[in-house]
Design a protein around this ligand. Structure first.
Ligand code: ZN
Length: 203
């Protein structure tokens, strides 16, 4: 058995925390696995910034792989593709991804926990928007959902059509004037109108 030298890593205060695992590597009870053995655990590990003390052994029989399984999991520091902030993709999280959820074993985690939550919300908003916008006479409840989805999609830049949003705003002011989302939509459009016009792109 080779005891791993404990490397002191400076804790980056800017690491995006995971709601369940936090923002620091989690030492595991697994003993006797050398860093070299961990690096052999999956072809991608050599190019990763890993924390060997966090290694967890994998049950490859539960993984979904073609050629190379992941023999072990290890906490790794990554940079979020969306916000460019660092985060840790935890070994425990990987075990869940690849053994419980059965994600393909080469699937990579590229977004930090916060951006993942936002992306899921945006995806749901997109689905809600695209089905609700087809209704010719939405109920007040459906209109509320449509307004909420529109505000979110507008905030993230997916939805920009001034005409579409203006029509929706008018319908919302008529049917659900007191709904907080209606105020948010009015506010969002007011802010958009206050921006200087971008060249080439009409509003
Ligand atoms: Zn992010």
């Amino acid at each position: 058995m080779r005891h791993m030298k404990k490397k002191k890593r400076s804790q980056s205060p800017d690491l995006v925390p995971h709601p369940r695992y936090g923002s620091a590597p989690i030492p595991s009870n697994v003993q006797g696995v050398s860093t070299e053995a961990i690096l052999r655990g999956h072809w991608s590990y050599r190019s990763r910034d890993i924390f060997p003390e966090s290694v967890l052994m994998a049950d490859t029989s539960k993984q979904n792989f073609n050629v190379f399984p992941r023999e072990c999991y290890v906490d790794m520091r990554k940079l979020c593709r969306s916000c460019q902030r660092p985060f840790i993709f935890f070994a425990a999280e990987q075990k869940h991804w690849y053994e419980v959820l059965q994600f393909y074993v080469d699937a990579d985690c590229v977004h930090c926990p916060e951006c993942r939550v936002q992306r899921i919300a945006a995806k749901r908003a997109c689905q809600r928007y695209s089905s609700l916008i087809l209704l010719s006479k939405p109920t007040p409840d459906e209109l509320q959902q449509l307004v909420d989805a529109s505000v979110l999609l507008h905030a993230q830049g997916t939805l920009k059509s001034r005409d579409r949003l203006g029509q929706l705003k008018n319908a919302a002011l008529r049917l659900i004037p007191d709904y907080p989302g209606t105020l948010a939509l009015v506010e969002a459009l007011r802010n958009q109108d206050a921006l200087p016009p971008t060249d080439g792109k009409g509003n």
